[in-house]
Design a protein around this ligand. Structure first.
Ligand code: NAD
Length: 511
């Protein structure tokens, strides 16, 4: 059993009792007057109330974003970069409040949130720099022509985000969308909408024009669907589950607008026998249990070469049982609760499915309810062995602290197993053999492969999945380009009149 770390009900200094919507540079109540609560997953208590947006509020937010589009999109890239750089500096100054709120609304340990959020300002400065330095191309058109391209803002972009990394995932979308000159309407997760609202103050204070950044919290079926179905949105970008992705992509398809979806995952951590067992286990613990397993790139499947399998399992179980689970505000806590009662129920359901499928619970396997855990949504970090690749626990996204360990013989089997799910977001390959590590990475059908590491990210490094894990990329120049419309301008340099229908019998260029 994991070590219990007492859950205290500390006051959250940076928290307000109520958060209105952010529309057109103003804080406004929902037109319906409705609100909904945000729950602290560690204690089960209500943190605050949030204005509950629906279709009418989305309409107002889109109108505000449209109004702001000419001013923001018309600024030079240098002006936009300066504002984004100021936003980076202000965000860095206010980081302690963001960390405190992120811990309270997600239940993720303060150690994780400090480390993750400290890097957020980099996204604003990176994408400001991309806007500032982006050079268009001059394609080799041929003949007496010059052809150049230019990138234009799309207009109003709809951003729909999840609860697991509320500020990180929003930042990955907002920074490039704004850098490229778009205005945005954000529908954050109903479970963790506070930091997306706090970001509005940062951007306003940095000089972003009113209405360029709008936030309408609310539920997926109401505010989310209204935003995605809105006729005047120019692009949709969602991070969420694969089923939500299919629905939003279908709405984008109806309107013939671009869609980018960062969706579900079931990443494999592939460990070859030349890696010391202690190192393999440290890798697996981080990949599987950071964020209580609630990350899209969670190492949900640990594939271990057979001759070190028993030793790795033994050490993994020992270290899993020793993890300190508990109060996320305590810097010593290593794993917090799941984000909600619903997420806890999903994890419990899958653990039961795993048992019924014949897998062995080697560590954890149950909800934690004793004493300090009583009111929160805690589940023990769980290790399954005797898993086969066809089991549901090996195939379906659980999004919780559950890892399935499976052995493999050699490279071919490792690759077959790693590719043997409907998902293709990420994987990691662990080996001292450089040639083998690169060879296996190339054969893995996933959008991101780490070699001798897991879950590393940088604003410059493209992020996005294959197969059921989504379409499109976050991060990097490719993401910036995804927030633009590419215009091709073809210039005829000839002084001669072109008359296709003249009866002069000369051979003329047709295309
Ligand atoms: P979710 O799909 O339930 O919700 C995501 C967002 O979509 C929320 O804001 C929600 O309100 C909204 N939404 C739900 N239904 C909608 C609809 N019909 N129309 C419009 N919007 C709708 O996902 P979640 O539970 O918040 O997040 C967990 C999921 O996100 C996991 O599947 C995880 O793998 C995925 N995820 C992917 C990445 C990635 O980079 N690929 C990163 C983080 C999370």
């Amino acid at each position: 059993m994991p070590t219990m770390n007492e859950v205290k009900s500390r006051p959250v200094a940076a928290l307000a009792a109520y958060y209105p919507l952010e529309i057109g540079g103003e804080r406004v109540d929902a037109l319906s007057g409705k609100t909904f609560p945000v729950i602290n997953p560690a204690t089960g208590q209500t943190l605050c109330e949030i204005a509950e947006g629906d279709a009418a509020d989305i309409e107002a937010a889109v109108a505000a974003a449209e109004k702001a589009a000419p001013a923001w999109g018309g600024m030079s890239p240098l002006q936009r970069a300066e504002i984004l750089n100021r936003a980076a500096a202000i965000l860095a100054e206010r980081m302690p409040s963001f960390v405190e709120i992120e811990v309270a609304q997600t239940g993720r340990p303060i150690r994780e949130m400090k480390a993750q959020l400290a890097r957020m300002p980099e996204w604003y400065s990176y994408f400001g720099a991309v806007a500032r330095t982006y050079e268009s191309s001059v394609p080799p058109f041929g003949g007496s022509y010059v052809n150049y391209t230019r990138r234009k803002p799309i207009g109003v972009v709809g951003l729909v985000t999840p609860w697991n990394h509320p500020l990180l995932i929003l930042t990955k979308k907002v920074a490039p969308a704004l850098a490229a000159g778009n205005t945005v309407v954000v529908k954050p997760s109903e479970i963790a909408p506070i930091t997306p609202l706090m970001l509005a103050d940062v951007l306003r204070d940095a000089g972003l024009p009113d209405g360029a950044y709008n936030v309408v919290p609310g539920f997926g079926v109401a505010a989310g669907a209204s935003l995605c179905d809105h006729p005047r949105i120019g692009k949709l970008d969602l991070t969420g589950g694969t089923e939500t992705g299919r629905k939003v992509a279908a709405m984008a398809g109806e309107k013939l607008i671009p869609f980018s979806g960062e969706l579900g995952g079931k990443a494999s951590v592939v460990v070859f026998d030349d890696v010391p067992e202690q190192e393999a286990v440290a890798a697996a613990l981080f990949a599987s249990f950071v964020a209580a397993g609630q990350t899209c790139v969670q190492g949900a499947r640990l594939l271990v070469q057979r001759n070190i399998y028993d030793k790795v399992v033994e050490l993994l179980v020992k270290r899993t049982d020793a993890l300190r689970v508990g109060d996320p505000t305590d810097p010593r806590t290593q794993m917090g609760p799941l984000v909600s009662a619903r997420q806890l129920a999903i994890v419990e359901k899958y653990v039961e499915i795993g048992r019924q499928e014949g897998a062995t619970v080697a560590a954890g396997g149950e909800r934690l309810t004793d004493g300090a855990f009583a009111n929160g949504f805690f589940h023990a970090p769980t290790v399954f062995t005797d898993v086969t690749n066809d089991m549901r626990i090996a195939q379906e996204e659980i999004f919780g602290p559950v890892v399935c360990v499976m052995p493999f013989e050699g490279e071919d089997e490792a690759v077959t197993l790693a590719n043997g799910t409907p998902f293709g977001l990420a994987a990691s390959v662990w080996s001292r053999n450089v040639a083998r590590a690169h060879r296996v990475a190339e054969r893995i059908d996933a959008g991101i492969v780490w070699i001798n590491d897991h879950h590393r990210i940088d604003p410059s490094s493209p992020w996005g999945g294959f197969k059921d894990s989504g379409i499109g990329k976050e991060n990097g120049i490719v993401c910036y380009e995804g927030y633009t419309k590419l215009q091709s301008v073809v210039v005829n340099l000839s002084d001669e009149t072109f008359d296709w229908f003249a009866d002069d019998e000369t051979e003329k260029r047709y295309s």
